[in-house]
Design a protein around this ligand. Structure first.
Ligand code: UGA
Length: 440
């Protein structure tokens, strides 16, 4: 099938590449010539494990190409939109990119012949407030594109595991107004659904709402466990044991109940605020979602509060080593990362900060420049530090050499935002060990 994918961010790039990998002829389009030039030079504008190799192979085999030229959509039967929908100043989703793409599409598609339902489908993959797909359809129809179907196809991929999530989805959700659009998308997705994964067809609004509801549920689980972990700290209970104690109940399960320094990234914070925005617009009180957001904002300060508990309010003259800056492992993404809140808090109290992250340092350097010192290796940033703070659970931080750590730190204090270590073991080694919901 001939496919165009507009947007070369995480969603667009992964979508374009995986559809090319399953045998389709795909053109990735972006108005940002810089991004297209990066891809054409054999690199990627983002970091995602395994993606570069796949992009390169499909480009070489001529199933995947990239361009800034919007007229490439004229050849495509399916046109996916994967552009950004960032948070606006008011906290709602900023849809200006979606409307700009819609208008550009109308210009290209309006003079093409009507070949019947499902013959040309524009599909929004970006996360958009409920009602957006229908508005796009009305906009396209009003601009002379009555022959174009609009479908919603929310994306459930996780950064760092995007290729696997795309190629082995739990389910594919599609919102349509005419069944033919659903049928052509089912054909497109069939290579990824061979293990009896469900292909769920519903209305545009239900598909849009499914995406928000899924992320809201996941974010709620995290804020829930984070809130319980605070109570564990107060009573000397261990949230790790509690988590195991509840997870065996299959109605609860083990997934997504790891406490931490708060969720970050480009999805959960923005999506929860978009839900609050939809609530405001419709006069619907969203008390639980407000609480999920509030708990998360507070949780981003939990590590700093533990540092202050140990060292006192004034951190002048102290130096801290930070392991992990990305909002989660296996990505260089620092959007809404708890590490940034922590860095701001430490700097504001006069501390010096030495950081290490396997992938995210260039992005952090762009923001903080020479306000921080950057270390290419994990142990490098420990030298002369008064404490080690772990914010992101990269695999390489899980089993470090504690003797080396003790030798490099000036004071043996570890603040672990991801509960990586055994508290008893660290205390036996003479560390003051603070974790999340484990009694301190
Ligand atoms: C999230 C969802 O997991 C995807 O299903 C969804 O498609 C995506 O948003 C999206 O809307 O595009 P992502 O933001 O890439 O994916 O990252 P997650 O792996 O879900 O992690 C989000 C945050 O939650 C991270 O900061 C992570 O550290 C935190 N988290 C996750 C916890 O604190 N505890 C947990 O148990 C799990």
């Amino acid at each position: 099938m001939k496919i165009a994918v507009i947007g070369t961010g995480y969603v667009g790039l992964v979508t374009a590449t995986c559809f090319a990998e399953s045998g389709n002829e795909v053109t990735g389009i972006d108005i940002d010539a810089r991004k297209i030039a990066i891809i054409e030079s054999g690199k990627l504008p983002i970091y995602e494990p395994g993606l570069l190799e796949l992009v390169e192979r499909n480009r070489r085999d001529l199933r995947l190409r990239f361009t800034t030229d919007m007229s490439a959509v004229r050849d495509a039967r399916l046109i996916f939109i994967g552009v950004g929908t960032p948070q606006s100043k008011e906290g709602d989703a900023d849809l200006s990119s979606i409307w700009a793409v819609g208008d550009a599409l109308a210009k290209q598609l309006k003079d093409l012949p009507d070949e019947g339902p499902g013959s040309r489908v524009v599909i929004i993959k970006s996360t958009v407030p409920v009602g957006t797909n229908r508005k796009l359809m009305e906009r396209l129809h009003a601009a002379g594109c009555k022959h174009v179907d609009v479908a919603s196809n929310p994306e459930f991929l996780k950064e760092g595991a995007a290729l696997d999530d795309f190629q082995k989805p739990d389910r594919v959700v599609i919102g349509v107004t005419r069944p033919e659009a659903g049928e052509v998308l089912k054909e497109l997705y069939s290579p990824f659904l061979r293990t009896e994964r469900p292909f769920l067809v519903m209305s545009l609004e239900s598909a849009e709402m499914t995406k928000y509801t899924a992320n809201a549920m996941l974010a709620t689980k995290i804020s829930f466990i984070n809130e319980m972990s605070r109570l564990c700290d107060k009573f000397g209970a261990d949230i790790n044991d509690v988590r195991r104690g509840i997870g065996h109940d299959v109605r609860i399960g083990f997934q997504f109940l790891f406490p931490g320094a708060g969720y970050g990234g480009s999805c959960f914070p923005k999506d929860i605020r978009a839900i609050l925005g939809m609530g405001r617009q419709t006069g619907t009180e969203m008390k639980l979602m407000q609480a999920v957001d509030d708990v998360n904002e507070a949780q981003k300060h939990v590590l700093l509060n533990k540092v202050l508990k140990h060292f006192g309010e004034d951190l002048k003259g102290l130096t801290f080593a930070l392991w992990g800056l990305a909002f989660k492992p296996r990505t260089d993404d620092i959007r809404e990362a708890p590490a940034l809140t922590l860095i701001d808090g430490l700097l504001a109290r006069g501390a010096k900060v030495q950081v290490h992250d396997p992938e995210a340092m260039p992005n952090v350097r762009e923001i903080y420049k020479d306000k921080l010192s950057y270390s290419e290796r994990p142990y490098g940033c420990l030298e002369g530090a008064d404490g080690l703070i772990i914010v992101t659970e990269w695999q390489e931080f899980r089993n470090p050499n504690f003797e080396v750590i003790a030798g490099l730190l000036k004071q043996k204090a570890i603040f672990d935002g991801r509960n990586l270590y055994d508290p008893k073991l660290l205390e036996n080694r003479g560390f003051a060990y603070y974790a999340i919901g484990r009694g301190r």
